[in-house]
Design a protein. Structure first.
Length: 136
């Protein structure tokens, strides 16, 4: 299934069908799902049968009730960056500096909590040079 060439209505229909398949696989009644998720059973029925629009919060409640929230979370996990050279995933943290003429950002590996020594030394030299220049 590729959403690229589909209209919004077709995408809603596909999402509704996928949710209904998942509910049936888990052998949960629609009324039970609505009760667990805390949403109106009629809203769920309209979404599944008529492919009507629902609020995003209702969609999240449905996904939670199905126990599939981790799949939604994986869509928005942008903090990890894959490095093909090391074949690993690392979290990148941006650190902003306060001085105007220093380097804007240093990347810090969150696993070691140490900055790039080369970048830090360049930043130090740059700061040192600018303070000498400003004092003249």
């Amino acid at each position: 299934m590729s959403f690229k060439n589909m209209s919004d209505e077709q995408i809603i229909k596909e999402i509704a069908n996928s949710i209904e398949k998942k509910r049936l696989q888990k052998k949960i009644k629609a009324s039970e799902l609505a009760k667990i998720g805390g949403f109106n059973a009629q809203t769920y029925s309209n979404f599944i049968n008529k492919h009507s629009d629902i609020k995003l919060s209702t969609l999240i409640q449905i996904i939670k009730a199905l126990g599939e929230l981790d799949k939604l979370e994986s869509l928005f996990n942008t903090r990890e960056v894959f490095n093909p050279l090391t074949n690993s995933t690392k979290t990148i943290k941006r650190v902003r500096t306060t001085k105007r003429n220093s380097l804007e950002c240093k990347r810090i590996d969150s696993n070691t909590s140490k900055g790039n020594k080369k970048s830090a030394s360049l930043s130090f030299l740059f700061k040192k040079y600018n303070t000498k220049k400003d004092s003249k």
